[in-house]
Ligand binder design. Structure first.
Ligand code: PMP
Length: 429
């Protein structure tokens, strides 16, 4: 038995499903997970000594690749000054200044420890600010695992078919209304039926948790208008997209500014971090200035802040990097598309900037109802074939391939070749 399987055998006895987060399980690709020993640049190495090109990138944070020497030094220096104080430190102020300067309309920000905490807290604040209870989310969008957001959700909940989770009281989710992404009529109808009762709308401005779905800018514009007209707080969940699509996020890209925004992933450079922010008027609701309570023992800890600041400083004014990341994804997209033609496999490539997904469907992908027509068994075979070729893809159909700065042309060309090989195998079925 190889070492990964040995570890998995031990893990399932002491950790539910053997993993600390469901998307890490390889169940939906019909195999046991590989266990990682270390990672460097664009490569990740398992405990059996196999090397893979890594397109998971810790689900987004590793935008500069793994184990970047400069960033490691920053973390080591921070460690030497103490990991956490529980009283304020200068790096918390620096981080807040960086985020508020980077993101339009984000005048104040509060640090937390995960994306889940960020969205959960933003919703509490939006409810406190508007004095209303109901919220709108979109089918297939994932905003972490807090109770009121585990409704028709994406990511692992979609992969493992637990979009509406047992353990969440019906009373807790009765205020969560679900609309169709990219369909403004579904939003208009829901607002009309719940006139004066909706506190906020939370949205992934570019969904990544049902695979990538490209946004429709007109839909986003109308969403902004309808929320303004109805005193509804518009929250962008930029946990994936923040500082990945561009330094100023979707607000800058679309030139459509939300009232509140949530971050995670990249802003911690791989350490556990999240943040939520917005207009001062709204954020002033948060304790100890306002009455909406939200707190965190390790929030803004100097280790994560120092790492995050170093990452964000490197991304600032780095248009070249954003172009390079997009070009890598574009090259993969072109290669995959030509392989689809060559092999006759029924698949489509969905890309937005540097986010990319390959869906095994023949439908054009504009929203949730298209995404779920994908053949997940085919994806499982594809995943396994790519893994044999030493390429690590997300072990689930409804996820994103993440580009990082260290991914070389050679890596990409090799990936395209392996993709053709995998498609040729698939076309035999
Ligand atoms: N929002 C979005 C858009 C996410 O993609 C995720 C995680 N994949 C979360 C929230 C939750 O973040 P975390 O896993 O850090 O709690």
């Amino acid at each position: 038995m190889n070492k990964s399987n040995e570890l998995f055998e031990k893990a399932v006895k002491v950790i539910p499903g053997g993993v600390n987060s469901p998307v890490r399980a390889f169940g939906s690709v019909n195999m046991n997970p590989i266990f990682i020993r270390n990672a460097k640049g664009s490569y990740i190495y398992d405990v059996d000594g196999k090397k893979y090109i890594d397109y998971i990138s810790s689900w987004g944070p590793m935008i500069f690749g793994h184990c970047d020497e400069e960033l490691n030094k920053v973390a080591i220096n921070a460690l030497e000054k103490g990991v956490s104080y529980g009283v304020p430190s200068d790096v918390e102020v620096e981080m807040a200044e960086i985020i508020t300067q980077a993101y339009k309309g984000c005048e104040m920000v509060r640090m937390v420890n995960s994306g889940t905490e960020a969205t959960m807290s933003a919703i509490r604040v939006a409810r406190g600010y508007t004095g209303k209870d109901k919220i709108i989310k979109f089918e297939g969008c994932y905003h972490g695992h807090s109770d009121c957001l585990l409704v028709k959700s994406g990511s692992g909940t979609l992969t493992f078919n637990v979009q509406t989770s047992p353990g969440v009281p019906v009373d807790t989710v009765k205020h969560t209304l679900v609309c169709e992404y990219n369909n403004i009529d579904s939003v208009k109808e829901t607002i009309e039926k719940n006139k004066g009762e909706i506190a906020c709308i939370i949205i992934e401005p570019v969904p990544g948790n049902m695979g990538v779905v490209a946004p429709n800018i007109e839909f986003m514009r109308e969403l902004r208008k309808i929320t303004e007209d109805n005193n509804i707080v518009l929250i962008y969940d930029e946990v994936i997209t923040g500082f990945r699509l561009s330094y100023g996020g979707a607000a800058e890209l679309f030139d459509i500014v939300p009232d509140m925004v949530c971050f995670g992933k990249i802003i911690g450079g791989g350490l556990p971090v999240g943040a939520y922010g917005g207009k001062s008027e709204i954020m002033s609701m948060v304790s100890p200035v306002g009455k909406v309570y939200q707190a965190g023992t390790l929030s803004g800890n100097p280790l994560a802040m120092s790492m995050g600041i170093a990452v964000l400083n490197r991304l600032k004014n780095n248009q070249k990097l954003y172009i390079e990341l997009e070009n890598k994804a574009k090259k993969l997209e072109e290669g995959f598309k030509s392989n689809i033609e060559l092999s006759g496999v029924k698949a489509v490539v969905s890309r937005y900037k540097s986010m990319l997904s390959l869906f095994f469907t023949d439908r054009e992908v504009n929203g949730y109802s298209d995404v779920v027509t994908s053949d997940t068994e085919k994806y499982a075979k594809y995943f396994q074939s790519m893994l044999k070729s030493e390429i690590l893809l997300p072990p689930a159909q409804y996820e994103v391939m993440f580009m990082n700065a260290t991914l070389s042309d050679k890596d990409i060309e090799y990936t395209i070749k392996a993709n053709l090989k995998a498609f040729m195998e698939l076309s035999k079925y």
